[in-house]
Design a protein around this ligand. Structure first.
Ligand SMILES: Cc1ncc(COP(=O)(O)O)c(C=O)c1O
Ligand SMILES: Nc1c(O)cccc1C(=O)C[C@H](N)C(=O)O
Length: 414
């Protein structure tokens, strides 16, 4: 493209970004977050800090801990925080009350869910079908759960999962959105396929919770886990959630039955009797500082619909692709392109990130970050850009694409 045409294209896209931001009903939410200069496109690793959280945590530390001390377990609602906050997250993932608990890490909840799923499925079912493209922790833990329970792992590309399901399948563990490519898998169809085979469907929602509608109850998901430090902005290491559908709660047999999931923890009974409901997913003493930081962070969702977040997410990722295609020499899909999108163009198969394959990805991401455009690198060659509609604007998408094009133009091809 000639320099004149490139300048015209850029000013057209900048004007379009300004118009899109002006019409965006979610734009006012941006000021609820601490963002500073630059463009933050890494909310799919660590969501930004909501500005009111430090004050709330200061109160938890100084007053609740400092002054009330042990009384805070009751008086400040510490003891019941895991299920109370679970109920706050529930509508964001399409679940009715009493089915989510916030506790432990996603990794630990994957363990609880996979072992519990195998136990629910019964002794005759020998296979655990696992997403072959999974974020690694799920695969490691499923493997260990299989060894512990005497089952075998069947790795499969999620879209092909129905072809390996059968009477031997105990459980199917899949990611709703692929962490690397941003591909959104068909949760309703794959859950239905698992059920048709008589298996338990377990979903990892780390990259969809807070980014798009999940519909856990509507689609009959059995068990699910998810992070709260990505699109839910709960803070580094914020506790994850575990969903156990109502119909499974009485039979849910946790492999980690700690005293917090006992029906009467303070009876200090040497015999374990599981609590009813979502509480059964708890293990030990909750990490109160992280848990209450998450609770405070969830305030930004008051009055916000996940549908509006999804609509903006798709518009943002479309616009970023359009800008990158226009600005990067050779475009995104041409024969001379140095970057190619790994994220499906089809909205039905797209999460809330764009992943670009680029041979020089390590050097490109380092330079992008140095210039204030923060995405992340997934080695060896993936540039990942996460779009969090609560605080990312269209001008951010345009600027990120412009800086990406400039970085590539200045960097010799590998
Ligand atoms: C899909 C997925 N599952 C699990 C995890 C890991 O969870 P944690 O480290 O919080 O246990 C992540 C991200 O770290 C993830 O992206
Ligand atoms: N959990 C993370 C961490 O503790 C440090 C850095 C990154 C993470 C992530 O969440 C990575 C993320 N799950 C991913 O999709 O790559």
């Amino acid at each position: 493209m000639s320099e004149h045409l490139a300048v015209t294209a850029a000013s057209g896209l900048r004007a379009q970004a300004a118009a899109l931001d002006a019409a965006d009903e979610l734009a006012p939410l941006r000021k609820l977050f601490v963002l500073g200069e630059g463009v933050y496109l890494d909310g799919n690793s660590l969501g930004a800090l909501p500005a009111h959280v430090p004050g709330r945590i200061a109160d938890v530390v100084s007053r609740q801990w400092g002054e009330l001390r042990i009384r805070s377990w009751d008086e400040s609602g510490w003891w019941s925080a895991p299920e109370r906050i679970g109920d706050r997250i529930a509508p964001l993932v399409g679940a009715g009350p009493g089915q989510l608990v916030v506790s432990d890490s996603t990794s630990v909840n994957v363990f609880k869910a996979v072992v519990a799923a195998v136990r629910l499925a019964g002794p005759d079912r020998t296979d655990i079908v696992v997403d072959a493209t999974t974020f690694p922790t799920d695969g490691y833990i499923a493997e260990s759960a299989a060894r512990l329970t005497g089952r075998r792992i069947i790795p499969v590309d999620p879209a092909a999962a129905p072809s390996v399901l059968g009477p031997a399948t105990a459980a199917v563990l899949l990611n709703h959105v692929d962490f690397r490519t941003g591909r959104l898998h068909d949760l309703p169809a794959l859950t239905a396929a698992a059920h048709a085979a008589g298996a338990i469907a377990v979903w990892d929602l780390c990259h969809s919770a807070g980014a798009l509608p999940v519909g856990l109850d509507e689609h009959g998901v059995d068990l699910a886990v998810g992070c709260t430090y990505k699109y839910l902005n709960g803070g580094p290491g914020a506790p994850a959630f575990l969903y156990v559908a109502n119909r499974h709660q009485r039979a849910f047999d946790s492999p980690l039955p700690g005293w917090n999931s006992h029906t009467d923890p303070f009876a200090m009974d040497p015999r374990y009797t599981a609590a009813e409901g979502a509480v059964r997913g708890r293990v030990g003493t909750p990490d109160i500082l992280s848990t209450l930081a998450l609770e405070a962070a969830l305030d930004v969702w008051d009055g916000v619909s996940v549908d509006s977040v999804r609509a903006k997410s798709l518009a943002l990722t479309d616009f970023f692709l359009e800008c990158a295609d226009a600005y990067v020499e050779g475009g995104l899909g041409g024969p001379d392109s140095r970057v190619r999108s790994l994220t499906p163009a089809d909205h039905r198969s797209r999460g809330s990130q764009i992943a670009l394959r680029c041979a020089e990805a390590p050097a490109v991401m380092a330079e992008l970050i140095a210039r204030g455009v923060v995405g992340d690198l997934r080695r060896p060659d993936v540039l990942r850009f996460g779009f969090t509609p609560l605080y990312t604007g269209f001008a951010d998408a345009e600027r990120a694409a412009a800086v990406l094009a400039d970085v590539l133009a200045r960097l010799p091809a590998a």
